[in-house]
Write a protein that binds this ligand. Structure first.
Ligand code: ADP
Length: 577
């Protein structure tokens, strides 16, 4: 209960904009509770008037009943409105806040847990959390209504009241058993659900590769297996409810028969008049609902606590580490940076970078060459501070990146990845995402420098052409050139360029080369080169082997001094022949 109250306090924080409505919502529900208790009493009075032939009184009571019911409808309508507004506002602020926290997580946390955990918590758990006020209000109102009815029953006849009390205790014990079983299944169900969400996310992201590998069958089989396991859990949860509903319905019918026997006995004994017996029977139909309402309320509280735990874990827990940045802000970055004795390993991997040291000067173009898995991409990730280093220091313009704020690091670096993400909007809007106030002239200039302008002009709608999801109707080379145009617009001092591994035709490669040459001298450029022809003109080439710089120099120097580089170069020449 203590846990529930502190969780409720947390949810209350997010409903702050709508607290006045919450109070009005509660008042509406109190009015509806009072009406629920009054209505059976008026109905009984109508029957008494009928049996006593007091027709004038009967008509008067009928009008009163109608007015009372109308007011119930009005309160009900208001209550629905308030409940929806409160839910909406709480949900929006909660989901936005959690979204922000997820974006602050360390990259290694996302690597480790997969996307499903976060999708589920951001969608389902926040929704459950936001609905707590409505659920509380709804079921507490039901319970209070039933208690009111129960008290009215006590006033009319003690024996009938006692009988119903015993019925409630029996049904309550049954319900407790159900809630415990249900909650066990619910926990397992949510875990399975996260697994399936992660897997579906991966299928969608990797759909192109799955198709190309013709692996649809094995993915379908795995999906089938996971969905089957998930639905087994769902089936278990439903089975628990099914069994309970059956047992309790059978018992309720039996108890109803018992009540009729008791009421007839009381009438025959002269302890009860027929009209009151009718009121008691009307009440009795409702009273066992109290058990159901209490059950659902307890379920909902447990459900709410579980959702809170899952959301809190991300927001405040130690398991989900947040990125940390310093406070120093660099208004203008020149583009010098340095790795000094950097060691790094990924979670669950051996050491990837070992005592790595190198320096890059502003406006220099430096290429990283080495076998796949040598640690080249890792260097880029560390420079953007996607992962914290194990030891050693990385500096930008002489300042340790651990002391810099987020803007000074990521706001000054543009990454052009192997397969840049192009959004499903027009080319113009793709470029505008980088700079909302971009002029037509700037856009064309950037595209010309990126050697993509001519291609765009050949498209049916030019710059207004919509490119497919993920830019699928652009080739790899075109995507990279569009990303280079974005980099021109971003005007960051440092550009990290991960050359596409897939072989590009000579023409495209030349265009990309031209685009990179246009960037040179005005930017600090780091290139991960998969084809040495791209980087022959770099100012410097660093040859990376097992996370260390084993040689550095110009192309010519490395050909002479570095056997590994020479072998790579010769292998590439052979491939071309
Ligand atoms: P390169 O870019 O030179 O091909 P990477 O920097 O991508 O090499 O990878 C270096 C090593 O780190 C590889 O052994 C790779 O398997 C491992 N690695 C890369 N990314 C991750 C990750 N997110 N989690 C665990 N290991 C990783």
């Amino acid at each position: 209960m203590k846990e529930f109250l502190s969780n409720l306090k947390f949810a209350w924080k997010f409903a702050k904009g709508e607290r006045a409505k919450l109070i009005k919502y509660i008042l509406c529900n109190i009015c509806m509770i009072i009406i629920s208790v009054i209505v059976p009493i008026i109905s009984a009075q109508i029957i008494i008037s009928l049996t006593d032939s007091l027709f004038q009184q009967l008509l008067f009571l009928a009008v009163i009943l109608c007015l009372v019911e109308w007011s119930r409808n009005v309160f009900n309508r208001l209550s629905m409105y308030y409940s929806q507004v409160i839910y909406r506002e709480t949900f929006i602020s909660l989901q936005t806040e959690l979204g922000k926290e997820i974006m602050r997580l360390e990259t290694s946390v996302i690597d480790k847990h997969g996307s499903g955990v976060f999708i589920q918590r951001l969608t389902n758990d926040t929704s459950r959390l936001a609905s707590v006020f409505n659920i509380l209000n709804q079921y507490l109102s039901n319970i209070l209504t039933d208690i009111g009815i129960f008290v009215a029953m006590f006033i009319i006849n003690f024996w009938a009241f006692l009988y119903m009390l015993i019925v409630i205790v029996i049904l309550f014990l049954l319900e407790r058993k159900r809630t415990n079983l249900y909650n066990e299944s619910d926990k397992k169900f949510r875990k399975e659900n996260e697994k399936v969400s992660s897997f579906v996310g991966e299928i969608i992201r990797g759909i192109r590769d799955i198709k190309m590998l013709h692996a649809e069958d094995s993915f379908s089989k795995e999906l089938h297996k996971q969905v089957e396991e998930l639905n087994l859990e769902r089936y278990e949860m439903n089975a628990v409810n099914r069994r309970y509903v059956f047992k309790s319905a059978m018992l309720r019918d039996l108890f109803d028969m018992g009540l009729i026997f008791l009421l007839v006995y009381l009438i025959l004994e002269g302890g009860l008049v027929a009209a009151n017996a009718l009121v008691i029977h009307n009440y009795a139909v409702r009273v066992p609902n109290i058990v159901w309402s209490v059950g659902i309320l307890l379920d909902s509280i447990k459900d709410f606590n579980l959702s809170c735990e899952r959301v809190f874990n991300i927001m405040y827990g130690n398991e989900y580490k947040k990125e940390r940045f310093g406070f120093k802000h660099l208004a203008k970055v020149h583009g010098d940076f340095c790795f000094s004795h950097v060691n790094f390993h990924y979670e669950e991997s051996g050491e990837v970078l070992k005592d790595l040291s190198f320096q890059v000067h502003a406006n220099e173009t430096v290429a990283f060459v080495g076998k796949s898995g040598a640690g080249k991409s890792t260097i880029f990730s560390l420079l953007c501070k996607l992962y914290p280093v194990d030891s050693g220091v990385i500096t930008i313009d002489g300042t340790d990146i651990n002391d810099l704020d987020q803007e000074s690091i990521r706001g000054n670096i543009t990454v052009i990845s192997q397969n840049p993400y192009i959004f499903h909007v027009s080319i113009k809007d793709n470029l505008r995402l980088m700079k909302s106030d971009i002029t037509e002239k700037e856009m064309i200039k950037a595209c010309k420098l990126a050697c993509i302008h001519d291609f765009i002009m050949e498209l049916p709608d030019g710059y207004d052409t919509i490119v497919g999801e993920g830019g699928v109707n652009l080739s790899g080379g075109q995507r990279q050139r569009l990303a280079i145009a974005r980099a021109f617009l971003q005007k960051t001092e440092i550009i990290l360029f991960d050359e596409a591994t897939s072989s590009l035709d000579n023409e495209t490669q030349k265009e990309i080369q031209k685009a990179i040459n246009n960037l040179k001298k005005n930017y600090t450029i780091l290139i991960i080169a998969h084809r040495l022809s791209t980087i022959i003109n770099s100012d410097r080439i660093l040859f990376i082997e097992s996370g260390q710089v084993v040689a550095e120099g110009t192309h010519k120097q490395l050909l002479k001094n570095c056997l590994g580089y020479k072998e790579l170069y010769e292998a590439e020449l052979k491939d071309k022949v």
